[in-house]
Design a protein. Structure first.
Length: 245
C-alpha cells in the first residue's frame, strides 16, 4: 500500500514537471529559432532492471527519464529584413562567440553592434569563418547582402562568411539560454553545407495548439494521480486508526 502512495505521489511530481516544460514552450512560442523541450518517462524495462539490481528508489513509481530539446525545424517566414537569415535545413547551427566559449543557435535575427560587428539581439557576437564579422561603419543594412553559402557582402566587398556547423548527435547539446546551446567536449562541430536564406526568419517549432492539448492531458493525469493518492491515504488512515471509523 505504501508503494501505491509513492507511485501516486511520483506521478503527480512528474505531471508537475511536464506542465512546467509545456508552460516554458508556450512562453517562447513566438520567439524565432526557439526549440521546444520534451519530457520522456522511464520505460518499464528500465525500471524493472533497476529494481532487480536493487537500486535505491527503483520502486518509486513514475520517473522522468530525460528532458531533451526537439530540433525539428520551424517554419520559414519572409521578413525582407537584410539582417534576418534562416537555415534551410534542420541540422545546421550558427556559431556565436563569447567569454564562455562557442555557443550554437538556430536564430538568425542579427543586428550591427556598437562595435560594428554582427551580433544577436542580445549583443552576442556572431562568428564568421575567421572570427567576428565586422561591418564597415558607413554601411547601412540595405547595403548588406548574405549569399546562400553564408558569405556576407557590403555592396561589392566580401566582409566575412557565417560559420555554420552541424553535430553528429544534436540531442547531446545542452541549452545555455533561451536560444543557444553548448556542445560537450567530445562532440566537436563539423562544417555544414546548408543553404542560407536572407530576409527570412525561422519560427519556433512550438505548436501552441499541440502544447495546450498536452497541458490539458497533463492536468487530467495529475488529477487522476491526486485522486488515487487521496483514496490510498484514506485507506491507510482507516487501517492505522481503527477507531476512526
Amino acid at each position: 500500500m505504501l508503494r501505491g502512495l509513492y507511485s501516486a505521489a511520483t506521478a503527480m511530481d512528474a505531471a508537475t514537471t511536464n506542465q512546467e516544460i509545456i508552460s516554458h514552450n508556450l512562453a517562447y512560442a513566438n520567439v524565432p529559432g526557439f526549440r521546444r523541450s520534451v519530457m520522456s518517462f522511464e520505460t518499464f524495462e528500465t525500471r524493472l532492471q533497476r529494481q532487480l539490481a536493487s537500486e535505491p528508489g527503483a520502486h518509486l513509481g513514475t520517473r522522468v527519464s530525460q528532458v531533451k530539446t526537439d530540433f525539428q525545424m520551424g517554419r520559414l517566414e519572409q521578413t525582407g529584413r537584410p539582417l534576418d537569415v534562416a537555415l534551410a535545413s534542420p541540422e545546421g547551427f550558427f556559431v556565436l562567440g563569447g567569454p564562455d566559449g562557442p555557443r550554437y543557435t538556430r536564430s538568425g535575427v542579427f543586428h550591427i553592434g556598437e562595435d560594428g560587428n554582427l551580433v544577436t539581439s542580445t549583443g552576442v557576437p556572431v562568428q564568421g569563418a575567421g572570427g567576428p564579422i565586422a561591418i564597415p561603419a558607413d554601411a547601412s543594412p540595405s547595403q548588406i547582402r548574405i549569399g546562400t553559402d553564408g558569405t556576407v557582402w557590403v555592396n561589392e566587398n566580401q566582409v566575412g562568411q557565417l560559420d555554420i556547423v552541424r553535430f553528429a548527435d544534436p540531442d547531446r547539446l545542452q541549452p545555455t539560454g533561451t536560444l543557444s546551446f553548448s556542445a560537450p567536449p567530445d562532440m566537436p562541430p563539423e562544417p555544414a553545407e546548408v543553404t542560407v536564406a536572407q530576409g527570412m526568419r525561422e519560427s519556433s517549432n512550438v505548436s501552441a495548439v499541440d502544447e495546450l492539448v498536452r497541458m490539458i492531458a497533463g492536468m487530467r493525469y495529475f488529477e487522476a494521480s491526486q485522486r488515487a493518492l487521496r483514496q490510498l491515504g484514506e485507506t491507510v488512515h482507516e487501517h492505522t486508526n481503527p477507531q476512526a471509523g
